[in-house]
Design a protein. Structure first.
Length: 271
């Protein structure tokens, strides 16, 4: 049965993500990448990030004044409706700074603590991914019209293309690099896009067999996790746990469990 509330939440998330994506795409200074080693461009990116979050929360509040928020740039309110919006206005900040196309706007709606709708807009790809709990995942992009998406057929781990990300704290990065060094001989290959939301959508769309990362916040993964699961992927954290800051893993049914076991054996969840 289609839940009218979930449909409303999805449509509102889509509109907010579209507008925020346009703001970030069209408002980015053309010379930002040229000065990427200076401090001022970082300030510009932060200003764009905050502006995008304000746009999103403002639009949602106009339609749903009693909802709560959790956002990367500080939006935090409990609300009284049972609905909370989990927002990353710019996932892939360094990519955005350098003019790389892999950045996204991620918006998820939770009802009583469970994610029920999620949207990830990737403006420089011209793609938008969306899902409602129990209703599958679909996308629009360079192809004609909207299409349902599904993760890749199960493949053995040694044939899997897996993406990951790295922390900006030196000690943590060093450990993550060691985990990746041990994994690479056991996989087809490894990728690093710089955006957790995009990686999760790429698992959903069949462009990756798996993804893992330590250190994600709720706003990094809320929408992408739902999209991946609704596309048939499995997601989790350490064995028996949900995705969390400790560890997030996503993969096709054939890749998820062996990848998760290896990450546990390699201690991917700690320094």
């Amino acid at each position: 049965m289609t839940d009218p509330l979930h449909t409303e939440l999805l449509e509102l998330a889509e509109e907010a993500a579209r507008r925020a994506g346009e703001l970030l795409r069209d408002g980015r200074p053309a010379d930002l990448a040229v000065a990427a080693t200076k401090s001022s461009p970082i300030d510009v990116v932060t200003e764009m990030d905050i502006a995008a979050e304000k746009l999103i929360t403002g639009l949602i509040s106009e339609h749903r004044a009693d909802d709560g928020f959790l956002g990367e740039e500080g939006a935090s309110s409990e609300g009284s409706s049972g609905i909370r919006w989990v927002i990353d206005p710019l996932d892939g900040t360094v990519n955005y700074l350098y003019g790389l196309p892999t950045w996204a706007v991620s918006i998820a709606a939770e009802q009583d603590g469970e994610t029920v709708a999620g949207v990830v807009a990737i403006p420089m790809r011209g793609e938008t991914y969306r899902a409602v709990r129990g209703r599958g995942a679909w996308a629009t992009g360079a192809w004609e019209g909207e299409r349902g998406i599904a993760c890749r057929p199960a493949a053995p781990l040694e044939q899997a293309l897996v993406s990951t990300g790295f922390n900006y704290v030196t000690e943590v990065r060093a450990h993550q690099a060691e985990v990746a060094r041990r994994l690479i001989p056991l996989l087809r290959d490894i990728r690093r896009s710089g955006s957790a939301a995009v990686d999760l959508c790429d698992v959903a769309a069949g462009r990756l067999d798996g993804y893992y990362e330590r250190g994600l916040h709720p706003w990094d993964l809320a929408a992408g996790d739902l999209i991946a699961r609704e596309a048939g992927a499995l997601t989790g954290g350490r064995p028996g746990r949900r995705p969390s800051r400790e560890l997030t893993v996503a993969g096709t049914p054939g890749v998820f469990e062996p990848l998760q076991r290896l990450l546990e054996d390699f201690g991917a969840w700690h320094d």
